[in-house]
Design a binder for this molecule. Structure first.
Ligand code: SF4
Length: 759
């Protein structure tokens, strides 16, 4: 007889950040060794004349006199890069790839900065030093030997600067392919697809200043406390001036409950926090479309009862189309379905709708909790439908705010890192360089995995990132990588992808953001774009971690010169002076980057602009579009739960800084699954029991198993579960992806839970 169902664990009694953030930050400054270098770097991160935090893409405030403009996870991201730990040729001489494959993501990433270019020796199963010349020549020779340029894949992680990303896409396209999969395929691709169709631009419409004017901020499927921590400062300021913060999230995330800004010493000492969410709804995993439909239904019913008093009719009439079909769709949705599918009551949704109705300006923020679902595009379009009802796009204090997870993922897309490039971009490239780039669409991340597996692609080049850990279907993806003739990873740290070498493999160590990038014409700066379309400079000042590192730009130019030796592009000029790259960016995108160099000189950078922010709708109809979407019921076989993968608080994307998640009360381990006590009891399990997870993928009918977890009784809706990635990415099928955006379904994995095999 199992023990009576214990009360769900309250994750974190005290406010988020505060003293805990200070202690944790100090710990990472020390444990990453090189304390002086780490501290000096923290004085320069996110400063107007400093370097951009290699963490998330939350913008910097315009106030250029800011000090300590970083969060706890920014400290982890920076000190992880500025660490004094090194992974040298000796390290690789001591460890075979086979042995390294037995180590955890945390162990691998904590070994330090790569110092030398390394080539895989298959016979010895070790990486061995190689010269840059040999490495670049090998890449050039292998690429030139391909029958078809589409046998090559050029993957990008969102840390790549604008300049390196622009040259990388130029290299791929001059070589003849659009195979430019990137990390946004796995994160905000659904946002880009939804927004482009609905408002004419695939980016958020708000600026940071809008947070000062919003009366209500809806935070949907996002955990800013861990993933965009400086956003909490904006939410705190908004809450303190009386704005309503309305949260939809299956988990009760401490950062969205209460927050103490570490810069407020007295509050920090006293542990006094600001209540953040005025309304917190623990929606079912996958229940957001139904919840949003419920909000819209209430508003339409209010309007019907009090015509002209609820909806912004003048805006709807002047700026939108599709309203009637949308309203009919919402009217057809019945409350029992809305309540069942959202896990929320009609009254709860009425409460939230009231907040929306009474607010003059509303911002809606979201992240992976919306984008990694089968109907993600429809759900995000329902967010925008909600905003359009009261004209909450293109006015102060209002708008759409998909918050990007990687520091320059939005910039990379602007630079042309896109397997489905807009024709206008390709036309711009043609006029800037005089060649006709390939026009057929290339492989996204899922396409790249399949192409390596079926052998139609045999060269994988990764510009940053950790492809093997970030992608779904881990076992399948790792095997696909190892089928390649050549895998190349441009990296700062050792990671799992390096341990899935192709028949030949290279690790190319690059400069970090915090490091000086000196080329023939002197120190260079790069530029990045944040979630709110602000472009600014990033200039490193630390001495490189090793004299053998090259900049991302220099590496791309080196690969290009080796691959396109008789080319018509002067890669050496780009390497020598990054202003030449920006000139070509301006030539390719004149409507966005005119006077690029001058604008970058402005302290804090410049705003790229956003037509929807100015109520100019570059959609197929020239209007902002109401788009009707039915609720898609989630029917799981008995005994199955819906699992979502999440980050711990000591993690950034696939980078595992440490083994704690103090916001959820987990310490020293990552092998945990958060489950509702009733679901544990129903399976004869208890808090702390050893369990295995089995996913059941409708798309391919396969069952995948992940072993060795502990059950954690937690405050999560019954029927739902959460666990960390990358440890559970192996449960996600590569064939399970969102409609239209093809984003892997990491937030809705049908699973069963059993006692651990072997007890
Ligand atoms: S909020 Fe994001 S960008 Fe800002 S310091 Fe933290 S991790 Fe870095």
């Amino acid at each position: 007889m199992s023990d009576p169902t214990p009360a769900p664990k309250t994750p974190h009694p005290t406010p988020a950040a505060g003293m805990g953030a200070l202690v944790s930050s100090l710990k990472h400054v020390v444990q990453n060794r090189g304390v002086v270098r780490n501290l000096r770097s923290l004085f320069r991160v996110n400063q107007p004349d400093g370097f951009d935090c290699p963490g998330c893409a939350w913008p910097e405030p315009k106030d250029t006199s800011r000090v300590g403009e970083y969060c706890e996870n920014g400290v982890k991201a920076v000190t992880f890069e500025t660490t004094a730990k090194r992974v040298t040729p000796d390290f690789f001489a001591r460890h075979t790839v086979g042995w390294l494959r037995g180590q955890t993501h945390h162990w691998l990433e904590n070994q330090g900065r790569l110092t030398h270019p390394m080539r895989y020796n298959r016979v010895a199963d070790r990486y061995e030093p190689v010269s840059w010349e040999e490495a670049l020549a090998l890449i050039g020779m292998t690429l030139r030997a391909l029958d078809d340029p589409n046998q090559a894949l050029f993957y990008t992680s969102g840390r790549t600067s604008n300049e390196a990303a622009f040259l990388y896409q130029l290299l791929a396209r001059r070589f003849g392919t659009n195979n430019l999969p990137d990390c946004s395929n796995m994160c905000h691709e659904s946002s880009g697809t939804a927004l482009t169709e609905q408002i004419g631009v695939g980016k958020g419409t708000v600026t940071l200043e809008d947070f000062d004017h919003a009366d209500a901020i809806f935070v949907i499927g996002q955990n800013p406390g861990t993933n965009h921590p400086r956003m909490l400062s904006e939410l705190q300021r908004a809450a303190e001036r009386g704005a309503k913060i309305v949260t939809f999230n299956p988990l009760r995330e401490p950062g969205l409950v209460s927050f103490t800004h570490p810069k407020h010493p007295l509050r920090t000492l006293l542990g006094r926090g600001t209540a953040i969410s005025t309304h917190y709804y623990q929606v079912l995993i996958g229940g957001d479309l139904a919840a949003l439909t419920g909000l819209c239904k209430h508003l339409l019913e209010m309007e019907a009862a009090d015509s002209g008093k609820v909806l912004d009719r003048p805006f709807i009439d002047a700026h939108t189309d599709g309203f009637d079909a949308f309203a009919a769709q919402v009217a057809a949705a019945d409350w029992p379905t809305i309540e069942r599918e959202s896990g929320l009551t009609r009254d709860q949704l009425l409460e939230a709708a009231e907040v929306y109705r009474t607010a003059k300006g509303v911002i809606a923020c979201w992240a992976m909790g919306l984008t990694q679902h089968k109907h993600a595009v429809a759900t995000i379009q329902m967010v925008v439908n909600l905003l359009l009802l009261r004209g909450n796009v293109g006015k102060p204090g209002a708008g759409a705010c998909p918050v990007r997870g990687h520091s320059n993922v939005q910039g990379d897309r602007t630079m042309g890192i896109n397997e489905r490039p807009p024709q206008a971009f390709l036309d711009g490239l043609k006029s800037a360089f005089g060649f006709d780039p390939p026009r057929h669409h290339g492989h996204d991340v899922v396409g790249a995995i399949n192409a390596m597996a079926d052998g139609s692609a045999s060269v994988f080049i990764g510009m940053g990132g950790n492809f093997a850990a970030a992608t779904p279907d881990t076992e399948f993806t790792e095997a696909a990588l190892q089928k390649c003739a050549l895998t190349v990873h441009v990296s700062t740290k050792l990671n799992r992808s390096h341990l899935c070498p192709g028949r030949d493999a290279l690790i190319l160590p690059c400069l970090g953001r915090s490091e000086r990038d000196v080329q023939a014409t002197g120190p260079q700066r790069v530029t990045v774009e944040d979630s709110m379309s602000m472009v600014h400079a990033s200039v490193g000042s630390n001495p490189p971690a090793s004299e053998h590192l090259l900049s991302e730009v220099a590496i791309v130019c080196g690969i290009a010169e080796a691959t396109l030796p008789d080319g018509d592009i002067d890669w050496a000029e780009f390497r020598t002076d990054y202003r030449r790259i920006r000139e070509k960016i301006t030539a390719t995108l004149p409507h966005l980057f005119a006077d690029y160099e001058t604008k970058v000189d402005h302290r804090g950078g410049f705003y790229l602009g956003n037509p929807a922010h100015d109520r100019t709708w570059k959609t197929a109809t020239g209007k902002a579009r109401f788009l009707a979407h039915p609720i898609h019921p989630h029917v799981l076989p008995p005994g199955q739960l819906r699992l979502m993968t999440v980050r711990s608080h000591d993690q950034y994307n696939t980078t595992v800084y440490d083994l704690h998640d103090r916001y959820r009360g987990v310490h020293g381990t990552r092998m945990v699954v958060f489950l509702h006590p009733a679901d544990l009891a129903a399976r004869g399990l208890n808090d702390g029991d050893a369990i295995d997870l089995h996913s059941h993928t409708p798309e391919d009918g396969l069952t995948r198993t992940a072993r060795g977890f502990r059950a954690v009784a937690y405050d999560i809706p019954p029927g739902c579960a959460a666990a960390y990635f990358p440890e559970t990415n192996g449960l996600v099928s590569k064939d399970s992806f969102a409609h239209r955006s093809r984003t892997p379904l990491s937030k809705f994995i049908p699973i069963t839970v059993t006692p651990a095999a072997g007890g």
